[in-house]
Ligand binder design. Structure first.
Ligand SMILES: Cc1ncc(COP(=O)(O)O)c(C=O)c1O
Length: 391
């Protein structure tokens, strides 16, 4: 491995000056010591930034239907709250995030001590992993689920076991059967990203009877607002399991992905450990005030859900017309099964050239599928038009 000085020397061929001596770098066998599981880690690969794609492909308009974001932009109520809080930015936020946690506790009829917040729900997952997993402990989940979980587990250096999806759904019976004495955390995602499928109340209740009390169940409900009307959807806040943590986010139905705010609910015994190790001031002040405002913005939420329902219908009709196999979704995206990995690659590239980004699902372990997020009506129409051209 080249030294830092040598690396910078390549840059300074263009004029930059570097100081220091190469011999001051501490290497062993020519390499700095890094944990083997970090060295082996493949991080999550987000799509290329729209500006870059637009420049490269010479596009005038670019529609991102690859990341399950809210197409409406942030709620006006949040923007107003951010403006009002600007003068407070030289101060650290109140460290426990009491205002947002209390607002969430009030909404769901819990104590503030039952609520955790973080810089995105992914940050809370990261804190859970740090708080509860070590040594020979293992995590267990389904294949074909949210990719952030396996990445965080692998970054922590503990073992992850997965059970295959069954007909694009979490196989809760299979997961219960796979529990062993090392299993410490089970991650469930309902609705599941990227399939959009849900497991039912009775499946969930039956599953929980088989999970030992010493095993922590994470219920990731990042998309629950879109599934709320499905009669069989098990809203995990209706239950009071001592070993269950519910995670939700302001990134999807509340349109605040860029601010990074997530939240979690559970027994105060569990929440206490998460709060103990989270970074003291996360999420940042503007994120907290924006999320608190959004929480009461029922109009924005309703508009997001209504738009999603209508957009979903439009896309499903189009897929049916074209004979494209798709999976019934309870989220703000839909999975299409093409049956052919090369076909997915080609559709993805050709759609990009038409100015529409979709998500190929190879990294999720579903190489023959792609996922498309529901957009605004004109974005959905543009997607359909581009897809017709591409196919
Ligand atoms: C199932 C699921 N959980 C969590 C997240 C991350 O959410 P956040 O933005 O709150 O970190 C995502 C984002 O795509 C997701 O799909």
């Amino acid at each position: 491995m080249e030294t830092f000085i040598e690396r910078l020397a390549q840059k300074s061929a263009s004029g930059a000056e570097t100081h220091g001596a190469a011999s001051e770098c501490h290497h062993e066998g020519g390499r700095l010591l890094v944990c083997p599981h970090i060295e082996a880690l493949t991080p999550y690969q987000p799509g290329r930034p729209p500006e870059v794609l637009m420049r490269e492909l010479g596009l005038k308009r670019f529609i991102n239907l690859a990341s399950n974001e809210n197409p409406f932009g942030p709620p006006g109520s949040s923007l107003k709250a951010i403006k009002a809080a600007q003068g407070e930015l030289s101060r650290y936020p109140e460290s426990s995030g009491a205002k947002l946690r209390q607002a969430l506790a009030d909404k769901y009829n819990l104590w503030m001590e039952n609520v955790a917040i973080g810089s995105g729900s992914e940050s809370i997952i990261s804190n859970i992993v740090r708080a509860f997993l070590h040594g020979d402990d293992e995590a267990l989940t389904s294949a074909g689920t949210f990719i952030g979980f396996p990445v965080l587990i692998k970054a922590h250096g503990v073992n992850l076991r997965t059970v295959p999806l069954r007909n694009y759904r979490f196989d809760l019976e299979g997961i219960a059967d796979a529990i062993n004495h090392r299993t410490k955390i089970i991650y469930l995602c309902n609705p599941n990203n990227p399939t959009g499928t849900i497991f039912t109340k009775s499946e969930f209740e039956n599953f929980m009877t088989k999970v030992p009390d010493r095993v922590l169940v994470i219920m990731d409900e990042a998309y629950h607002e879109f599934a709320g009307n499905a009669e069989e959807f098990p809203d995990s806040l209706q239950y009071r399991y001592d070993n269950l943590l519910t995670l939700r986010t302001f990134s999807k139905a509340y349109g605040l992905a860029g601010l990074r705010v997530g939240y979690g609910f559970g027994h105060d015994y569990l929440i206490g450990f998460i709060n103990k190790i989270k970074l003291p001031f996360e999420p940042n002040h503007l994120a907290q005030v924006a999320a608190t405002a959004a929480l009461n913005d029922h109009k924005y939420l309703k508009r997001s859900i209504d738009n999603n329902r209508q957009g979903m219908k439009l896309l499903v009709e189009e897929f049916d017309r074209r004979g494209l196999e798709h999976v019934t979704s309870h989220a703000n995206f839909i999975l299409v099964e093409t049956g052919d990995e090369e076909r997915v690659k080609k559709i993805h590239e050709d759609m990009l050239r038409q100015g529409v980004a979709i998500r190929p699902l190879k990294a999720f372990g579903l190489p023959t599928c792609f996922r498309v997020t529901i957009g605004l009506p004109d974005e959905n129409r543009a997607f359909i038009k581009a897809l017709r051209k591409v196919l």
